[in-house]
Design a protein around this ligand. Structure first.
Ligand code: IMP
Length: 429
């Protein structure tokens, strides 16, 4: 029996979906604890590609209960669309549960997200435009709509009227077009009817499951450096993306978490604005982007690409207390003569090994690299660490040494089977 948190260690898109899916094969519950449909988790099974934004990837495994917990912000229309997509593909979604306490992303949140971004000029964050920030802002201001209110027609009508008045005033202040309350009520009431049967006290379900020794995977969305407190604020998302968020976002106590697995790409990417010390704005960056298909799952935006930054991943290992690291997309690095790994920064002439999250400090960080020899072989069919080319093994070992945490899995392709397990026990539920 184990309760395992899977968490991203960079700026997102580390292939967490694949690792969660791997663990979910033996799990009873898979739980999304933060974020909303700004996330995009991809799972490839055979020739089938599944992309999830709201529903936990565990839904693909029969027998798994997929939970959308308290810390998530749910866009009802996106959820209903995903549900339909799953049913169209013959996937039973009966075992999805949605927390009563999760907050609802409303159309005015999306409007405000876009309006606020465009009002920022050069200070834009490059948000996904899904209304995430404004929805969490409402939650913290205690003016948001919870799922439990959405699915109660009378409560929803009253709360919506109050929220619409407030938010339309805000939209008008920014020079935007006020939204139509009646239309929204109609549309969201029909979503609420679909959602109602899934609503539950998920904290209680998870507590009882833990006491009954169930296996639970907590599927972190986004990543450590996008965390509202521990990321590169203000260039972050609005939720608790770190492993600790699994407790905050579910009501499961910290004493019930057994292990944290961190997922890190073999290089670094970032979508949206903000500091990125090892970014490559040259041909090498373009080459990584094309080889790694580094385009956003949610928005399709090209991702910024750069060399592996061990300062970042070491920081994430510390903040999340990772037991092991799944190093993903190693196959993308095949074919480079030389690979660079950032060992530390120089900031104002000083050697810095601990990641400074302050963007103004990071803007002055000069990455210091170590060069490692590359390999030419296609490694996508390799299934054991010993069968990797010597230079690929050296790259992984060096990364693990610099991060100061063991690598338990290396991913060499999108499919579930394209995985090299170095520590089976760590990946066991
Ligand atoms: P928001 O989450 O839409 O508010 O966007 C805030 C920042 O987080 C932007 O830079 C986004 O590009 C980034 N972001 C949010 N979710 C993800 C993700 O899942 N992967 C990568 N970047 C993300």
């Amino acid at each position: 029996m184990a309760n395992v948190v899977v968490v991203g260690m960079q700026w997102g898109d580390e292939a967490k979906g694949k690792v969660v899916d791997y663990l979910a094969q033996d799990a009873d519950y898979v739980v999304r604890y933060n974020g909303g449909n700004n996330a995009g988790h991809t799972v490839v099974l055979g020739d089938e590609v599944y992309k999830f934004h709201t529903v936990p990837v565990g839904v693909l495994n029969e027998g798994v209960t997929a939970i959308i917990a308290d810390g998530v912000v749910l866009d009802p229309k996106v959820f209903v669309g995903e549900l339909q997509g799953l049913r169209d593909r013959g996937i039973g979604a009966e075992k999805i549960k949605i927390s009563r306490n999760a907050h609802v992303i409303m159309p005015y949140h999306r409007s405000l997200d876009l309006i606020e971004e465009s009002s920022k000029g050069d200070g834009k964050l490059g948000t996904t435009g899904r209304g995430i920030g404004p929805c969490y802002a409402d939650k913290v201001s205690r003016t948001g709509i919870r799922i439990v209110e959405l699915v109660d027609p009378q409560r929803f009508r009253t709360k919506l009227a109050w929220c619409m008045e407030r938010n339309n005033r805000l939209i008008s202040f920014y020079g935007g077009e006020p939204l139509d309350e009646k239309e929204i009520y109609k549309e969201y009431s029909s979503c609420a009817e679909v959602i109602a049967p899934f609503v539950a006290d998920t904290a209680m379900i998870l507590y009882n499951a833990s006491r009954e020794c169930a296996d639970i995977v907590f599927e972190g969305a986004h990543a450590t450096l996008l965390d509202i407190d521990h990321g590169t604020y203000p260039f972050v998302t609005s939720s608790h993306c770190v492993a600790g968020g699994a407790c905050i976002g579910t009501g499961v106590p910290p004493t019930m978490i057994d292990r944290v697995i961190g997922v890190a790409k073999s290089y670094t990417t970032r979508v949206g604005a903000g500091p990125f010390p090892t970014e490559l704005t040259d041909e090498t960056g373009d080459r990584i982007r094309e080889k790694g298909n580094e385009y956003g799952t949610t928005t399709g935006r090209p991702r910024r690409c750069g060399w592996f930054d061990s300062v970042i991943v070491r920081y994430s290992a510390r903040i999340n207390g990772v037991a092991g690291i799944a190093l993903s997309l190693l196959d993308v690095l095949s074919g480079f003569d030389t690979l660079k790994v950032c060992t530390h920064y120089e900031i104002d002439g000083e050697k810095v090994t601990d990641f400074p999250t302050d963007p103004t400090v990071l803007d002055r960080a000069v990455p210091v690299y170590e060069e490692l020899p590359g390999w030419d072989e296609d490694i996508t069919q390799v299934r054991s660490f010993q069968d990797l080319p010597a230079n690929a093994r050296r790259y992984v070992e060096r990364a693990a040494h610099l991060i100061e945490a063991p690598v338990c899995m290396v991913s060499v392709g999108r499919r579930r089977d394209q995985s090299i397990v170095l520590d089976a026990e760590m990946l066991q539920m």
